[in-house]
Design a protein around this ligand. Sequence first.
Ligand SMILES: Cc1cc2nc3c(=O)[nH]c(=O)nc-3n(C[C@H](O)[C@H](O)[C@H](O)COP(=O)(O)OP(=O)(O)OC[C@H]3O[C@@H](n4cnc5c(N)ncnc54)[C@H](O)[C@@H]3O)c2cc1C
Length: 541
Amino acid sequence: MGKRSYSSEADYVVVGAGSAGCAVAARLAEAGEQVILIEAGGSDKSIMFKRPGMITMIHSDPSLKKRFDWGYYLSPQKHVLNRKLPATRGRVMGGSGSVNGMIFVRGNAENFDSWEAEGNKGWGYADVLKSYKRMEDWQGPASEYRGKGGPIKVLENPHICDAAKTFIAAGADELDVPVNPDYNGASQDGMHVIQENTGRGIRYSTSRGYITEGTLSTLEVQMRGVVSRVVIEQGRATGVEVIEKRGERRVVRARKEVILSAGAFGSPQILMLSGIGPAQHLEEKGIRVIGDLPVGDNLHDHLFVPMTYAVDNSPHRSTAFHFGSGIAKDRFKPGETFMAHSVFEAGAFVHTSLSTGVPDMQFFAIPWSYPPFQDEPVRLRPDKRPSLSVFSTLIRPKSRGTVRLASADPMAAPLIDPNLLSEPDDLKVLVEGIEMLRAVMSNSAIAKHVKEEYEPGPAYSGDKLKDEVLRRVSTVYHPVGSCRMGVDERAVVDPELRVRGIEGLRVADASIMPSIIGGNTNAPSMMIGDMAGAIVLGETL
Ligand SMILES: Cc1cc2nc3c(=O)[nH]c(=O)nc-3n(C[C@H](O)[C@H](O)[C@H](O)COP(=O)(O)OP(=O)(O)OC[C@H]3O[C@@H](n4cnc5c(N)ncnc54)[C@H](O)[C@@H]3O)c2cc1C
């Protein structure tokens, strides 16, 4: 659609076509509402986003990455050697869900029940399960836990190699945990094959599932426009201001509501630019305060530490030639090569000694070598040997930080400070996870295939390992919580996702999570978009 034909008014204006935004916009349009969905990035029709196996390439090549990433970095992290870690965020239709690893995890039932126990009525596991089932098209039959016929195809990675299989067997034996046939089912605990949101060799982001494959005659998608603020008149959101590529500004009016789905960095940034945020901070930036709310507080994220082993049972090599031949084979057998699936093959949810009833540690396994240091704009070259990389992942972080404005300029990157590892227990969990993974990799089910731990290497143990973790730890790109949902004075949105004190304005994305769920955050963000649609439409869930 040409830009000249863009409309300037609809019933609902949704900002951000990411994992949550596409779902909420499509849900409203399906119900016949006129919806305008505004996205800063461009189309996701390229093979780069469609083919799951392209993920490694798009993240390794800075010139490609510039085309879809906001290019943010965290503020220097005080407890992590003052490192400036990358904060990758998709800027394209489908948002981060178009550039992510496609691991499909709903989260532990207890996570949602704890949201509900805090007063967030309607967000307990029994409620969100209905949304999860409605959203998915699971490879198996519909059941108490799984949905069939929804817009997002979900399957177990069918392409798992021997290295991943032996990792699962070794983990189950060494840690005395089950091999779980469905970690999105009755229980999360144990070792597993990864489930992914793909189908027929294609990534199923919400952009694909809900919009490209939907029939939505009342939805208008407007790309390449950055929303700079919400227009608020007499305490009511009546539209948004959009800055076009060449700098010209226009206003898009919402007859009913504005819904912000710009993600855990974008939504708080837009709210603050609109005068809704911590009053003193806004005044310092010269922004007139409309609502004094703790927008941007409670930012938190998962962290992981990659470890890489040379093994003799992985078929892959992290070389340009290996990827090139994968792409070539994919042309002749589309959907049948490793390019058709997530690079993640196996994983686990387990408990460290610090867990309080639910898993606090997640493992991932990929049969490739993984570049150990992530801070460079250009990632270091991975080792060329057949390898298995495994990740110790902190999934119940205690550390909390903030998103703030660097300036009142809407085009300036926000200041993102998750205050990583400010709580000492977070480092303890990561180190314990590494020790657990070392035990797993020494188990007889896999040990005979393991040639060497070369990242970080056995020389790092005890205090030396703790120091090394600070050099290597990376965020998992799962930021949440910066527009927290709740019923208390410090909440930004209420359980119906309405911004407190402002009419006609909601937030629906990962930023509303009161606390991060145990597991990857894409499926929960999709669920939040779907739930938002149901809430706005007044559907009985
Ligand atoms: C590299 C990477 C790998 C990941 N791997 C996984 C994984 O394997 N599994 C998993 O579950 N999760 C994964 N995640 C996390 C997951 O993708 C996110 O949690 C999820 O996509 C968040 O959804 P969202 O709707 O909150 O935000 P997003 O999907 O980020 O959507 C926000 C959208 O808003 C747009 N936007 C922002 N500001 C503006 C503005 N001012 N004007 C207009 N548009 C704007 C953005 O361009 C974007 O399209 C990964 C993330 C990354 C970055």
